[in-house]
Design a protein around this ligand. Structure first.
Ligand SMILES: Nc1ncnc2c1ncn2[C@@H]1O[C@H](COP(=O)(O)OP(=O)(O)OP(=O)(O)O)[C@@H](O)[C@H]1O
Ligand SMILES: [Mg+2]
Length: 277
């Protein structure tokens, strides 16, 4: 491939039919994301953000259009292949953590490693990787604690460790800071931004927070199931190919850029518009 596009969605349509109502959640959506980019998806409640994330990651089937991840069409894989592909190449971070309550932090984090049946990791090696991932998010001392024994921010850090344990190419996050106070929310964002910069992993983050969106490289605005605006932020200054050493913010504190933005004033900030669909 001549470009670095890792996510390509073309004319994606998805309709929910509950028997009582038919909802056109995605109505011909186009999106391309470069490898190593950190992209925020924003827009009003019900505009299709979660549906888009679930469709791109292959969790949900679409009705029309094409989605390619790193040039591969997940819709053409068998369920088993798709599950293994996801476990090997994708990480998921959701608002309500989705941790299994009966498992310890380390056991939760090693789950995707054990799901990746093609890799056949020994349990001992899986545990070692899980412990390293937990240490990387600052939870070296909490590996044996269960979710109920952790704070909200710590639980979210466990999900981030789980999402990143096998260094997936893409991390999908659906309102990852939605349930956290602003300080913890910023810590989680700093952590994701640092991992994005250091590992060159692609992040797609659904958020209602402009402050979070502004710290991504790009904000994709959705409305009624399509992209209505696609903007590069000031945080996008660093190269996005993941191989650069040009980390403008090596310490992960990228939030300095968003200081001037009033979070509640305008639904669409006055940023450099790179394309409008
Ligand atoms: N499983 C489902 N069955 C029927 N309709 C659904 C289903 N999931 C979502 N929808 C509908 O599809 C539309 C898009 O929903 P989606 O969850 O993608 O929105 P969203 O942008 O993520 O909203 P929010 O910001 O509130 O999370 C909404 O009208 C919603 O009611
Ligand atoms: Mg949603």
């Amino acid at each position: 491939m001549s470009d670095n596009i890792i996510i390509r969605a073309k004319d994606v349509q998805k309709t929910y039919n509950t028997g009582k109502v038919i909802v056109k959640a995605l109505r011909g959506l186009d999106l391309e994301v470069q490898q190593g980019e950190m992209v925020a998806i924003m827009g009003p409640s019900g505009c299709g953000k979660t549906t888009l994330l679930n469709s791109l990651s292959g969790l949900d089937a679409i009705d029309e259009g094409v989605i390619e991840i790193d040039g591969r069409n997940l819709a053409k894989m068998s369920d088993k292949e798709r599950t293994a592909y996801r476990a090997a190449n994708m990480g998921f971070v959701f608002q309500f953590y989705n941790l299994l309550p009966v498992l310890t932090a380390a056991e939760n984090v090693e789950m995707p490693l054990l799901l990746d049946y093609k890799r056949r990791l020994k349990p001992k090696d899986a545990r070692k990787m899980a412990v390293e991932a937990l240490a990387a998010v600052g939870l070296a001392d909490q590996i044996d604690q269960r979710p109920t024994e952790l704070s909200g921010g710590q639980q979210q850090r466990v999900t981030i460790a789980r999402a990143l344990v096998n260094k997936p190419a893409i991390v999908w996050a659906d309102e990852p800071t939605g349930d956290l106070d602003s300080t913890t929310s910023q810590e989680i964002m700093d952590l994701m931004r640092r991992l994005n910069r250091e590992n060159g992993q692609t992040f797609v983050i659904v958020t209602h927070s402009l402050e979070i969106g502004e710290q991504c490289d790009r904000i994709v605005w959705m409305k009624d199931g399509v992209v209505v605006k696609d903007q590069q932020t000031q945080s996008a200054a660093a190269p996005v190919n993941g191989h650069s050493n040009g980390h403008t913010n090596g310490n992960g504190h990228t939030n300095g850029h968003s200081k001037n933005l009033a979070i509640n004033e305008s639904p669409v900030p006055d940023l450099q518009t790179i394309s409008v669909n």
